[in-house]
Ligand binder design. Structure first.
Ligand SMILES: Nc1ncnc2c1ncn2[C@@H]1O[C@H](COP(=O)(O)OP(=O)(O)OP(=O)(O)O)[C@@H](O)[C@H]1O
Length: 279
């Protein structure tokens, strides 16, 4: 009897196939293929200008690659709009914080929920019946996220008045409020001190693993987000958190593998040495 083929590989959640992205004469991504899998934290690393942020921008619809395709759960999303990507389950944070600085922590997180709000302007304005119930449900999710990320003390503070590290955390809250299936983090620890970095690293692991019955009514916290993509420059953090690493250099994928494999890869070492030689 034929033996069934058992694959040790984790199922693919998002597949980037042969992406090429150019701006005039600059090729930001050149024929890049990456599979992002379920049950993994995938780190994308590479020297400055390697194309890491461009890859995330293609993934959530900010940039449209000239060549190649992106499949999310098997569906082609290569030309999707960012709001539609968010609704489908792809949420991200930004390298340079992109919050509504005049709004409070709570308002910023609630703003993310508008993607899901079904009520129209009239019922929303009258604020009764379904609109009221919907608001309560959205608020419960957001309050759980605020509690989880320990930002309760600043929930009613205007974002502009808060220190940088706290604003980065609120950006994470806003991404979680979208209850994504895939979380894309663009340098979530940039500019932070060691203690702040450790806090964010712990949150990332907790988000990935899920918090079970601590948050029974908020599935994104209860069950976790089982696919996380992380762009990060701090190699210690990357080696600790990532299950797999993809390395870009000058818009090309030069390596892919476990932290151990990447650490010893001569192409990766020379890409990074090349960068420090230029400094
Ligand atoms: N909107 C744009 N217009 C023109 N060029 C762009 C644009 N966005 C990115 N680029 C260029 O594409 C290349 C890759 O940029 P990208 O921001 O993806 O790099 P990165 O790996 O994220 O770098 P860093 O680590 O410094 O953030 C760079 O040369 C950058 O200048």
């Amino acid at each position: 009897m034929a033996q069934p083929i058992i694959s040790a590989e984790k199922p693919v959640k998002v597949s980037l196939r042969n992406l090429t992205l150019s701006f005039g004469g600059i090729t930001a991504l050149k024929d890049v293929s990456v599979d992002i899998r379920e049950n993994e934290i995938l780190a994308i690393i590479g020297p400055n200008g390697a194309g890491k942020t461009c890859l995330l921008n293609c993934l959530n619809g900010f940039y449209k690659p000239q060549k190649g395709e992106i499949l999310f759960e098997g569906r082609n999303i290569s030309r999707i709009r960012p709001d539609k990507a968010a609704r489908m389950g792809l949420a991200r944070t930004f390298q340079n914080i992109e919050l509504f600085s005049g709004l409070t922590t709570l308002e910023n997180a609630m703003a993310a929920r508008h993607v899901f709000m079904k009520q129209n302007l009239l019922t929303g304005a009258l604020y009764f019946g379904p609109a009221h119930n919907e608001e309560i449900r959205h608020r419960r999710v957001v309050e759980d996220i605020i509690d989880f990320l320990e930002i309760e003390p600043v929930r009613n503070k205007t974002v502009a008045s808060l220190p940088y590290g706290m604003r980065k955390r609120i950006e994470l809250a806003r991404a979680l409020a979208l209850e994504p299936k895939v979380l894309l983090l663009d340098e979530p620890m940039a500019g932070m001190n060691t203690e702040e970095k450790e806090d964010i690293a712990r949150f990332i692991v907790d988000i990935f693993e899920g918090q079970g019955e601590s948050y029974p009514d908020t599935p994104v916290l209860r069950d976790g987000i089982r696919t996380i993509v992380l762009i990060e420059h701090d190699m210690g953090v990357v080696m600790d958190l990532a299950d797999r690493i993809v390395v870009l250099d000058f818009g090309r994928k030069i390596a892919e593998g476990t932290p151990e494999e990447i650490k010893n890869n001569p192409l990766v070492i020379s890409a990074y040495l090349g960068q420090s030689a230029k400094k």
